[in-house]
Design a protein around this ligand. Structure first.
Ligand code: ADP
Ligand code: ZN
Length: 220
């Protein structure tokens, strides 16, 4: 397989845009390191490290973990040998300040950024996805009305209990998450646009690109 010319990427997209799915599909074709700061932070919490203990309360409150902490974590991860073949940054940077810190880290490591891939999904679709999660009042089983529906609408497959929506999956919360994303991301996108690095991909193209990739992989 030909070596990728542009291999160091940032994936941008609202929560629920499908960054993780696309990163997974791309990885099938080209083995690049998938670096999600959310995953890295959850891993620190699981291992009960000092960093994890510092981050856990902040994450529970839905706030951003301090820039220096996240930048340090990303620096350590990018220093690992697998990132030399290319990387996808998922969920990082989120602010202009974080982008500045990332520039420093990359410079220190002798790496460059090649593309910022912006997954552009209509707000209605995002809101629908973010609010599609329901759980059983009784046994707490989790369903998603779009991706993992129960057999009977509103009724738990496991215990027959009533399916309800959690407060933090409500339309209001979803709207505010989306607003936070746009507020923080617009200046960031503008910055990378100025650098001529942004590559926009719509959901239709995404579905097609993913299918094309998978078709290719299934060929003899
Ligand atoms: P979400 O899309 O809900 O933000 P993530 O898994 O990307 O989910 O992140 C979970 C949490 O981890 C965030 O709410 C935030 O507290 C923290 N986090 C992740 N990435 C960053 C980042 N780049 N800067 C600061 N905090 C971050
Ligand atoms: Zn149940």
């Amino acid at each position: 397989m030909a070596e990728l010319k542009k291999k160091n990427l940032i994936f941008f997209g609202a929560p629920g845009a499908g960054k993780g799915t696309f990163a997974g599909a791309l990885k099938e074709v080209h083995p690049v390191a998938h670096i999600s700061t959310g995953d890295l932070l959850r891993d620190e919490i699981k291992r009960d490290t000092e960093l994890g203990r510092a981050a856990s309360g902040i994450m529970k409150a839905g706030k951003l973990v301090p820039d220096e902490i996240v930048a340090g974590m990303v620096r350590v991860r990018l220093s690992q040998p697998d990132c030399r073949k290319g990387f996808i940054l998922d969920g990082y940077p989120r602010t202009v300040a974080q982008a500045g810190l990332l520039d420093h880290v990359l410079k220190d490591l002798g790496m460059t950024l090649d593309r910022v891939v912006y997954l552009k999904v209509p707000d209605e679709v995002i809101l629908q996805r973010l609010t599609a999660r329901v759980s059983c009042k009784n046994c707490k089983a989790i369903y998603n009305k779009i991706f993992k529906p129960s057999k009977k609408d509103g009724v738990c497959d496991v215990c027959g209990g009533e399916l309800i929506q959690r407060a933090d999956d409500s339309l209001e919360t979803a709207k505010s998450r989306l607003k936070v994303f746009y507020d923080q991301t617009s200046p960031l996108l503008a910055l990378y646009r100025e650098r001529g690095m942004v590559f926009e991909i719509t959901e239709l193209e995404l579905a097609r690109a993913t299918k094309l990739m998978l078709d290719e992989l299934e060929k003899e």
